[in-house]
Design a protein around this ligand. Structure first.
Ligand SMILES: C[S@@+](CC[C@H](N)C(=O)[O-])C[C@H]1O[C@@H](n2cnc3c(N)ncnc32)[C@H](O)[C@@H]1O
Length: 477
């Protein structure tokens, strides 16, 4: 039978691939993060709600989105090797699909056919038809080696020691260096080898989802009465949330308990518990939005008979502060001023001031997965200058004898120890630094591990299971 005579094979058309809602949502958030600078921690819960996902499906959408965003730097190196071209030459929409596919193949160990077929379908939706073949080819190529083989190839391709660390732990190289400097500053007397090993622990901790802790607002709820939650035994008002949605807890729904990192709790308590509160004291939370520490300080102020004023210049964030303090019987007034001029307007007016300054946020990379890729080293100078002006304004607003807590959710030395040195230099006759470590040790009953003896507290995700909060305390002379 000649080929012409042979009956034409009747090939069954391929079944349409149904993309799981969790994958679709994850890609949608990845796209919005890249294109619109969206915040995954705000957008993802919204998308999950809109799609009506719950339980394991919601968990999968979260893992796909957060995991891909965290490991984006590492996956891009894998994709560049597999596609044999730099990722800058790949359409960004296609790159998002490939990164999501990479996370499924290399980290979640999803079955190849599911990861590849659904990625191809997603590529069809967000990019050109020709992109589907490319996505199929690259992901099939990736699936032919296991995760360990890819790890070796990526590390072999790195240019030097810091580039290898950046590749292995999916952090920008400048952040790796900044963390090393911060660890060294917090560990006087330790040798380079032990700092290097701690650096690896820190970088690894950044890639794990943080545990969810609750704060029981003093006077409004009790850490032992939060259903299913387990007191951490470190912050006296912190508990590990029960599995599931913490917002479902009645105390959280009522606003008498909140989701809050334990490091943030200790930062607020360092100010409120540095010394006994005298009735009638005036407190100020200078940079209050979105209001997590305001709620805690407000509860503490109320117990001691003090009055708290909050300030947040970004109107929408000031709204969040008002919402955060809605459960307090005496709701703090919320101003919307530029904190750098508040000192001139209200000099020598407050007994305690919290400056939880705008910062690079490098200490909270666990909970803001895209943040590491968004910040640039060039952002530091502007932030440091704003921090300096906010500090000077706060000192001006303090009464003689008043207390100032300077806090950042960043361990970067330009925002922490260098800021403290500058402050003490500028106000050499006007302030003294107090021992924040002593306060934190007292508040936690000695249950916390701190770095080398110093008046400043630097918390770390790998050491304390908190964000990398920096906490200092000063007294106006
Ligand atoms: C690190 S956040 C504060 C977090 C807050 N304390 C909490 O626990 O929820 C810093 C805040 O400072 C605000 N901010 C920015 N510029 C400011 C300024 N010039 N004066 C006062 N606050 C400012 C930002 O809008 C942001 O809400």
């Amino acid at each position: 039978m000649s080929p012409r005579e042979r009956p034409r094979s009747r090939r069954t058309p391929p079944l349409p691939v149904r993309v799981q809602p969790a994958r679709r949502i994850a890609l949608d958030v990845l796209r919005a993060v890249r294109v619109d600078d969206a915040y995954a921690n705000l957008l993802l819960p919204q998308r999950i709600r809109e799609a009506g996902l719950s339980g394991p499906d919601a968990g999968l959408a979260t893992e796909l989105t957060y995991g891909t965003l965290r490991m984006r730097g590492y996956y891009d190196r894998v994709i560049a090797l597999a596609a044999d071209r730099p990722t800058s030459e790949i359409d960004p929409a296609v790159l998002d699909v490939l990164e999501l596919g990479c996370h499924q193949l290399l980290t979640l160990r999803t079955a190849t056919h599911a990861a590849v077929n659904e990625s191809v379908e997603l590529a069809r939706e967000v990019a050109s038809r020709s992109a589907t073949g490319f996505v199929n080819g690259v992901l099939r190529g990736i699936s032919r080696r296991d995760a360990e083989e890819w790890r070796r190839l990526v590390l072999d391709d790195a240019t030097d020691h810091d580039d290898r660390l950046a590749a292995e732990f999916s952090h920008p190289e400048w952040v790796v260096r900044a963390f090393r400097r911060a660890l060294a500053a917090d560990a006087t007397g330790r040798d380079d080898e032990s700092i290097e090993s701690e650096l690896r622990e820190l970088l690894a901790a950044d890639n794990l989802p943080p545990r969810v802790t609750l704060v029981a607002l003093p006077g409004l709820s009790d850490v032992h009465d939060l259903p299913g939650a387990t007191p951490t035994g470190v912050s006296p008002i912190a508990a590990l949330a029960a599995a599931g949605d913490p917002a479902a807890s009645p105390a959280v729904a009522a606003g008498t308990a909140r989701v809050q990192d334990e490091g943030s709790q200790l930062a607020a308590l360092t100010l409120s518990r540095a010394r006994p509160v005298e009735a009638g004291e005036r407190w100020l939370d200078l940079c209050a939005g979105p209001g997590g520490k305001t709620a805690l300080l407000g509860a503490e102020a109320e117990l001691g008979g003090a009055v708290l004023v909050a300030n947040e210049p970004v109107h929408a964030r000031a709204g969040l502060v008002r919402h955060a303090v809605a459960a307090l019987p005496a709701r703090p007034e919320v101003l919307e001023l530029d904190g750098t001029v508040l000192g001139e307007r209200e000099p020598a007016s407050f007994d305690r001031i919290l400056v939880d300054a705008p910062c690079s946020g490098l200490g909270a990379l666990r909970r803001r997965p895209e943040a590491r890729w968004r910040k640039q080293p060039g952002d530091l100078a502007e932030l440091a200058s704003l921090q300096e002006r906010l500090l000077d304004s706060a000192i001006t607003a303090l009464k003689p004898g008043g207390l100032l807590a300077y806090v950042t959710c960043s361990p970067h030395v330009a925002e922490t120890r260098a800021q403290v040195r500058g402050l003490l230099r500028r106000w050499s006759d006007g302030i003294e630094q107090l021992d924040a470590q002593e306060v934190v040790e007292r508040v936690t009953g000695g249950s916390i591990e701190l770095g080398a003896r110093s008046p400043s507290v630097q918390l770390w995700p790998h050491r304390n299971a908190t964000d990398a909060m920096f906490i200092t305390l000063f007294r106006r002379l």
